[in-house]
Design a protein around this ligand. Structure first.
Ligand SMILES: Nc1ncnc2c1ncn2[C@@H]1O[C@H](COP(=O)(O)OP(=O)(O)OP(=O)(O)O)[C@@H](O)[C@H]1O
Length: 586
């Protein structure tokens, strides 16, 4: 059985169900052994004369027993299997909640396919321990003891002889337990690898097709699938060996019982009814012995999976509220102060942001510019508490952000990520994602401001159009603008757009920026961009270079003071000229 942190508590939480279920099961185990005795009495009462009344009475008694057993079977199934489902539900919820609290770093290191295995195969293996596993253990121990007791009462010597091979089987099963666990663990890991690759292949299917790498992917899949098949076969081989060994031993015991029993019958030391009851008891013993072997297998699988689930649940939540956070409701204005911020990723060895300092006043529209890899996204990710920032390096108004509750910080900030993600849901629900009560008026307003309204109205279901896997596929530019609409609809005090207008043309970009200028007069807006055209008219432009502030100022100021900015302007003008030349040639 599974004990320890995360699992042991279920025996207390559902203790009453387990106790009742086990109680019913034990009662039935005892009652079902009455049936062979009843049959034995019918056989031994038969002396050439048919005693109809006795047969009717015994049949009625058997009928009552069978009815009680039927009701009991329903009861224990409900109590034990039902409880195992409740535990599975509880654990799944706990795992999902934990998964949502794990930091972004966890997801950049772990593969989603592997993570899914915890929620499917592993959880299933754990549930089996609480359901079928517990049943097999109780039945295995109690029914075996009851049957052996009944058999011993009838013939002690014959029972002792039969018990020797059974004892040997039990010792063998205990010895082989660790091997089952190991083989199952290896099998699960192979399954996890295959899940990872399958998930990645489907997600990256367009890249695979574009590079004509279908055969390479199919080969990789085949190899991993083959590996899983081999590990499955190795596991099945071991389990088959165990089952064959048990069945063979049981057959040997049956032959012994029938041989000795026949001699006892000849010597009138046993009646035919007794021999029938005795052999029926032994046949009854087959299930609990197999059940014990089944328990070993279920338990070994469950232990291996529980270790994996436990390791997942024990993964530290690194981005969490400090003990001394401000819990009062704060009316933050959107002013941001960054003071000597130096930041290194938890898995990185050198800082990606070095001694960064600047101030953004309430209501300013600020551009963050820099070459690729200069640290722009890392900087705004810190504003969202995706990672932990060093203490006393980022302030919202006068408050150190690390002392503010994460929920409060994330409610303050609206974010349009670089890799726009839309849910497989209606456009309305995607735009009104932040609201618990989606409003069509608000969604329409946000869609108009992000210049995607006309596109939405062209879809037959308009705002009710379902996007994604089972719905409409939108273009990159439409996706970006729906993401912008989602952030606008939230109307946050601080709005961050991370390279969010790169897939739209300059005219649309100008329209969106002009709309944002209109509606965000008293609110802070930060634009991360590569294009000078995006940030040209902003109140302040922060130029980052290799994680350091290279210059800060308006477009006009930077043209005079920043060589890097001048260089970027120059390059982009050249690029534009080349592009225009190519367009004219066409
Ligand atoms: N999760 C991470 N763990 C470790 N290093 C990271 C992580 N994310 C980004 N980096 C590194 O941090 C540096 C800055 O990356 P960042 O994404 O902030 O740059 P950027 O200026 O936004 O680039 P781009 O314009 O291409 O989006 C890069 O060297 C990158 O490799």
């Amino acid at each position: 059985m599974i004990f320890g942190k995360h699992f042991g508590k279920y025996y207390i939480k559902f203790g009453i169900y387990f106790l009742l279920g086990i109680g019913v099961l034990i009662t039935l185990d005892w009652l079902q052994l009455e049936i062979p005795l009843k049959l034995s009495s019918i056989i031994d009462n038969f002396d050439g004369q048919i005693d109809k009344a006795f047969i009717y009475q015994t049949a009625a008694e058997i009928m009552i027993l069978v009815s009680i057993i039927a009701v009991g079977r329903f009861l224990w199934r409900y109590l034990l299997f039902g409880t195992s489902r409740k535990i599975e539900f509880d654990l799944r919820e706990k795992m999902f909640n934990h998964a949502t609290k794990l930091s972004q770093d966890y997801y950049s290191q772990e593969k989603i396919g592997g993570l899914m295995t915890y929620f499917t195969n592993d959880l299933e293996a754990v549930r089996q321990v609480y359901g079928m596993g517990l049943l097999s253990l109780v039945d295995g121990l109690c029914l075996t003891s009851f049957v052996i007791y009944r058999m011993a009462v009838m013939n002690l010597v014959m029972t002792l002889l039969s018990a020797i091979p059974l004892l040997l089987v039990s010792v063998y099963m205990i010895l082989v337990r660790k091997r089952i666990e190991l083989k199952f663990k290896i099998r699960q890991e192979a399954f996890e690898k295959l899940s990872d690759v399958t998930q990645e292949s489907f997600t990256g299917i367009s890249v695979i097709k574009a590079y004509v790498k279908e055969t390479k992917e199919a080969l990789l899949f085949k190899n991993l699938s083959n590996d899983l098949k081999n590990k499955n076969l190795s596991y099945i081989k071991l389990m088959t060996k165990i089952n064959v060994a048990i069945s063979f031993t049981l057959s040997l015991v049956i032959i012994t019982i029938l041989t000795i029993g026949s001699f006892l019958l000849i010597q009138s030391k046993m009646t035919p009814g007794e021999l029938t009851a005795y052999t029926t008891f032994f046949f009854t013993l087959m299930w609990p012995i197999m059940a014990l072997s089944q328990f070993m297998s279920i338990n070994s699988q469950g232990q291996a999976s529980a270790k994996r689930v436990k390791a997942f649940l024990n993964k530290e939540i690194t981005v969490c509220d400090a003990d001394d956070i401000f819990n009062e409701e704060l009316d933050l204005t959107g002013e941001i102060t960054v003071k000597n911020l130096t930041f290194t990723y938890p898995d990185g060895d050198s800082p990606v942001l070095k001694n960064v300092s600047f101030k953004i006043h309430k209501g300013q529209m600020v551009g963050v510019l820099g070459r690729t890899g200069s640290g722009k996204s890392s900087l705004v990710d810190l504003f969202l508490r995706v990672h932990n920032a060093p203490k006393e390096s980022i302030y919202f108004d006068q408050y150190d952000m690390m002392n503010l509750p994460i929920k409060g910080v994330r409610n303050l900030v609206g974010y349009v990520p670089q890799d726009n993600f839309l849910f497989s849901d209606t456009i309305l629900n995607n735009i009104e994602f932040s609201s618990s009560n989606p409003s069509i008026d608000n969604a329409v307003k946000a869609a108009k401001l992000s210049d995607v309204y006309d596109n939405i109205m062209e879809f037959s279901e308009q705002f009710e159009t379902v996007l994604g896997e089972r719905g409409v596929t939108v273009s990159g530019g439409q996706k970006q603008r729906i993401s912008i609409a989602r952030a606008i609809a939230k109307d946050p005090q601080i709005l961050i757009l991370d390279d969010s207008v790169s897939a739209v043309d300059t005219k649309t970009e100008e329209a969106i920026i002009s709309n944002l200028h209109q509606i965000r007069k008293n609110k802070t807006t930060i634009f991360i961009a590569h294009r000078i055209s995006t940030v040209k008219n902003m109140d302040q432009i922060i130029v980052l270079d290799k994680g350091e502030i290279s210059a800060i100022g308006t477009h006009k100021e930077l043209l005079k003071t920043s060589a890097l900015y001048q260089d970027m302007v120059h390059r982009q003008e050249l690029e534009q000229m080349v592009q225009e030349g190519m367009d004219n040639e066409k």
